[in-house]
Design a protein around this ligand. Structure first.
Ligand code: GLN
Ligand code: ZN
Length: 763
């Protein structure tokens, strides 16, 4: 008999109940007891959703973040919250959220200003965890209360339970030694606490524990590989059976290591690493359980159940009792329930599976393996029909689009002339001063703007009315920029709710769910668009707005687009063709928009690639391939224009050192990037690599309400000018201004313009 189990379930609630309860508690509008009660209710409901499986996760629920939960379980709290009085959960939120920087500053003297823990992305997902903090004298101390409470709850509901914890090696790998010490040296101190935790769970009658070690799918240095041996040889003393759990990729050179650790079972990701499973079967000693992750926990498509069974059945025969099946990873990374999407197009809906549907698929697979395919004949037939409908659908497949991608030549991504020749023509044509000033695109999204967009969406106002109001907003943004004395203007993006959604809604091949929320961090969720089919642009998307903006002023207007790589990386992407293919389709569609803007007299076009870095694969060995097609896609979008047209791009981060050559290969005339928070650290990249084109290192930190002084901005730019010639420098904020207020933006930009004038005067 194969067993079915789940690695983790979304916790935010089908109507985002947890989000709203957290926010209400944080605002002081509801009690801690109410929050705890809701937590218990969600856990109960979610176990009920999973009841059809043989083993359910316990401890995957979190009020904020599972890594922070683990830090609390291990007694690894940052110094700054140790010894604070009050409820554990309040301390927990203090580490998670801190106070705002301003509040923290105001409180430094009384000692209650608490900085938030650092947040970073969980492997290659869009989920952000709180980074564990270490130093050479970090000590650990078990606090199993959270797990014990949830175990007790699960028992009252007769849940067939399997506690979930993060393994010691991954826990250390995810953290940061604040004092620069070697965090691996802490393993020795950490292991007794894990040992104690496992004993405590055994004392509660727990048989299996899922111990997550996703770090095994990355390239590990020898000392980290050793750490796995040390850790699991130490933990084998426990009575507990450990299911060592890996996901998000293949094991490759860690495969033998993982198979040979003294554990009772191993979980592997067969969605991203199906070819490797056969090696795992060969290497895994015959007494160990093999859990195969068959259902994609990272995407929203139905599993092809028949094809999966064709592949799985021989393995099932071979493995017998030793086979477990599961989703590839925790379902935290997909939306909860497709049944909420009554308004979604019926065809497309029939191709999708969210968390609840994925578990139903898992049950069908389990039954087919254990009782034969006949026992689920109906489900398999329905699945087959859905698969065929998707494969054949004219909405998915557009022969003209496929043909266009096939016809892409390398010239398509090349500008007509070199940067130096273009720059000379652009200078003459645009007539810009030294240190030109500009912004990144959006201006404050006021309450009025949001209200208007919503009213239009609900059809409460007519299209004409909507257009008139948006044009008024554009005019306001243009006039303000003229008054401020900026050199290159933008239209302000009032009509855009989100930089991907805005374009996705106008392209064929995209749909949007209404409740497809996925946790990003804490109470924050995102609703990624679903890219289901070949991408086509039926008509121009931005020309009317940008053209209108240009008509209002003699200053150059910069058109504003989202790049193909960002469109891809912030969506759930179809899994029936390589991502590269979808990206090239997006590139061709966005290229049309660039050319239309140019034809409409827009001389500068910015193509935002905010998410280019996010798409980097977990293994460095795969970076080159990704960067090749990502850069190719950008170049196809951008480079069809005349020499006089200036292409800008923008990226929201400054860690460029390791990808600077790829960034340069995009060959944008100007790149604007975030740097002010890191004090121009980014410029270190330029020590080893001479960035050839123009660059605008952000001098105004838009994440903070603080108004940067002109002096500060001058200093930052002078630092930049030590590395990059002044003729190639721009002066601009770190990112778009949509989250700020006009009364913050105006003084900040006033200072920025003055700073640029002073810089020119210093030449
Ligand atoms: N043009 C966008 C804006 O200004 C860029 C946003 C981003 O890079 N995240 O809002
Ligand atoms: Zn940005």
């Amino acid at each position: 008999m194969a067993r079915t189990h789940n690695l983790g379930y979304p916790r935010i609630g089908v109507r985002r109940e947890l989000k709203f309860a957290l926010e209400s508690y944080w605002k002081g509008q509801s009690s801690l007891d109410a929050l705890k009660e809701l937590g218990a209710e969600l856990r109960q409901r979610h176990w009920r959703d999973q009841a059809g499986l043989d083993l359910l996760p316990v401890g995957d629920f979190s009020f904020y973040d599972q890594v922070l939960d683990m830090s609390f379980t291990l007694g690894n709290l940052p110094e700054r919250v140790r010894g604070l009085q009050g409820e554990t959960l309040d301390n927990y939120f203090r580490v998670a959220r801190g106070r705002s920087t301003q509040a923290a500053e105001a409180h430094t003297r009384c000692g209650c200003g608490i900085a938030a823990g650092e947040m970073t992305k969980w492997f290659d997902t869009n989920y952000h965890y709180i980074v564990p903090e270490f130093s050479s004298d970090t000590a650990f101390k078990l606090d199993a209360s959270r797990l014990l409470d949830q175990l007790a709850e699960a028992k009252t509901q007769s849940v067939k339970l399997k506690p979930v914890i993060i393994g010691p090696v991954t826990y250390l790998a995810l953290g940061k030694a604040k004092d620069g010490s070697n965090k691996l040296a802490l393993l020795e101190r950490l292991l007794p606490v894990y040992g104690e935790l496992l004993e405590t769970l055994a004392g509660q009658g727990v048989e299996w524990v899922q111990i997550d070690e996703p770090i095994l799918v990355t390239e590990l240095a020898t000392d980290w590989q050793h750490a796995f041996n040390t850790a699991y040889h130490d933990l084998k003393a426990s009575r507990i059976k450990l299911l060592l759990t890996t996901y998000f990729g293949t094991l490759q050179d860690n495969l033998q290591l993982a198979c040979n650790l003294p554990i009772a079972g191993l979980h592997v990701d067969a969605v991203r690493g199906r070819e490797e499973i056969i090696n795992v079967v060969d290497w895994l000693p015959a007494h160990k359980v093999l859990s195969i992750g068959l259902i994609d926990g990272r995407n929203v498509w139905k599993t092809d159940l028949n094809a999966t069974l064709d592949w799985l059945e021989p393995l099932a025969t071979k493995l017998g009792e030793r086979l477990w099946i599961a989703p590839s990873c925790s379902l935290l990374h997909v939306p909860m329930d497709l049944d909420s999407e009554a308004k979604l197009d019926a065809d497309i809906r029939s191709w999708l599976a969210f968390a609840t549907q994925k578990l139903a698929e898992l049950s069908v697979l389990g039954k087919a393996i254990n009782e034969g395919r006949d026992s689920v004949a109906e489900e398999l037939a329905a699945n087959k029909a859905a698969m065929e409908s998707r494969q054949r659908s004219g909405r998915v497949h557009d022969p003209m689009v496929k043909e266009a991608v096939k016809n892409i030549t390398s010239e398509l991504g090349n500008r007509r002339s070199s940067y130096a020749e273009r720059a000379a023509k652009q200078r003459a044509h645009l007539n810009l001063p030294l240190y030109p000033t500009t912004t990144i695109g959006s201006f404050p999204q006021t309450h009025d703007i949001r209200k208007t967009r919503l009213a239009f969406k609900r059809q409460e106002i007519s299209a004409d009315e909507y257009t008139a109001r948006m044009k008024a907003e554009i005019e306001r943004a243009v006039r303000e920029q003229e008054r401020l004395g900026l050199d290159v203007l933008v239209h302000g993006e009032a009509e855009r709710n989100d930089m991907v959604e805005y374009f996705g809604e106008q392209l064929e091949g995209y749909v949007f769910s209404r409740f497809g929320w996925v946790q990003s961090y804490g109470s924050r969720c995102v609703k990624p668009p679903i890219l289901f089919g070949d991408i086509r642009r039926p008509r121009a998307m931005t020309v009317e707005w940008t053209g209108y903006a240009q008509s209002l002023t003699d200053k150059p207007m910069k058109g504003m687009l989202t790049g193909p790589v960002t469109m891809l990386n912030w969506s759930f992407v179809r899994d029936d063709q390589p991502r590269r293919e979808s990206c090239l389709q997006l590139a061709l569609a966005m290229r049309q928009e660039v050319l239309d803007l140019e034809a409409a007299g827009v001389n500068l076009v910015q193509i935002d690639e905010a998410a280019l870095r996010e798409g980097l694969p977990l293994r460095k060995a795969q970076w080159r391939d990704y960067l090749n097609w990502a850069v190719e896609s950008f170049r196809i979008t951008a480079n069809g224009v005349a020499d006089e047209t200036q292409i800008h791009t923008h990226m929201c981060y400054s860690e460029f050192n390791d990808i600077i050559e790829a960034i340069a290969a995009m060959d944008a005339d100007v790149i604007t990037i975030e740097t002010s928070r890191s004090d121009m650290e980014l410029l270190d990249a330029f020590d080893h690599f001479r960035y050839p084109n123009e660059i605008g290192p952000g001098v105004y930190d838009i994440h903070s309400p603080n108004i940067p002084s002109e002096q500060h901005m001058v200093e930052l730019m002078r630092k930049a000018a030590e590395r990059i010639p002044a003729e190639r420098l721009w002066v601009n904020p770190d990112c778009g201004l949509k989250t700020r207020q006009w009364n913050e933006v105006i003084p900040a930009l006033t200072n920025m313009v003055v700073a640029a004038r002073r810089l020119r005067a210093m030449q």
